[in-house]
Design a protein around this ligand. Structure first.
Ligand SMILES: CC(C)(COP(=O)(O)OP(=O)(O)OC[C@H]1O[C@@H](n2cnc3c(N)ncnc32)[C@H](O)[C@@H]1OP(=O)(O)O)[C@@H](O)C(=O)NCCC(=O)NCCS
Length: 162
């Protein structure tokens, strides 16, 4: 069973390794550590192994912004990113949730659409050399909770909050 929980300091290395394909090896550890310190890193774990993570911030135009989401390559298309976003939706202090994808990242663009995001503009002039597409989702009926375990992804792929 895959569980979604807050990232712990001992998971920084594993999350940084997953994030290498997105932000490189030099930026990975400081980026993940900062998210853990802010308590804004959600980690998907299977039997203690990190299989995905989602970092976010809440100081972006007073909205919640997903700054990174990544799932272990051999665990993709099993609902792990969906469960990470669902857990974030329960924790977001604001109903305005933003996320983004490079315009060349077909999987991420499709995922945002499947998770109910709508396009919300783009950013030019980034060093990555292509546009970053922004996505928006208005959250309704959010669940709260400060517990350590924020949600559980069951064997049927459905996340439930505990
Ligand atoms: C994008 C990413 C996070 C998706 O994670 P995932 O756990 O595989 O996503 P899920 O299984 O929760 O997918 C949810 C839905 O999104 C859509 N989707 C996800 N990956 C897709 C793909 N490769 N192609 C088409 N649709 C896709 C599907 O509709 C999927 O539902 P379905 O499998 O029932 O059809 C993963 O592919 C990844 O880690 N990619 C590399 C890092 C990255 O690009 N991150 C995003 C930018 S920060």
């Amino acid at each position: 069973m895959v569980e979604i929980q807050w990232g712990q300091p001992e998971e920084i290395r594993a999350c940084a390794n997953l994030a290498v394909e997105l932000i490189g090896s030099r930026r990975g550890q400081p980026f993940i550590r900062a998210a853990v310190d802010r308590r804004q890193l959600l980690v998907a774990r299977d039997n203690g192994d990190v299989v995905g993570c989602l970092a976010y911030r809440t100081d972006w135009f007073n909205c919640t912004f997903v700054s990174l989401v990544v799932v272990q390559p051999d665990r993709r298309r099993k609902g792990i990113a969906r469960a990470l976003y669902r857990a974030l939706e329960a924790e977001s202090p604001t109903p305005r949730l933003f996320s983004s994808a490079e315009e060349t990242n077909v999987a991420s663009i499709r995922m945002h659409s499947a998770l109910g995001f709508t396009p919300s503009g783009y950013i030019d002039n980034l060093p990555q050399g292509c546009r970053e597409l922004l996505f928006y989702k208005r959250l309704a009926g959010r669940l709260g909770g400060e517990g350590d375990r924020v949600s559980v992804l069951g064997d049927d792929g459905e996340a439930s909050h505990v």
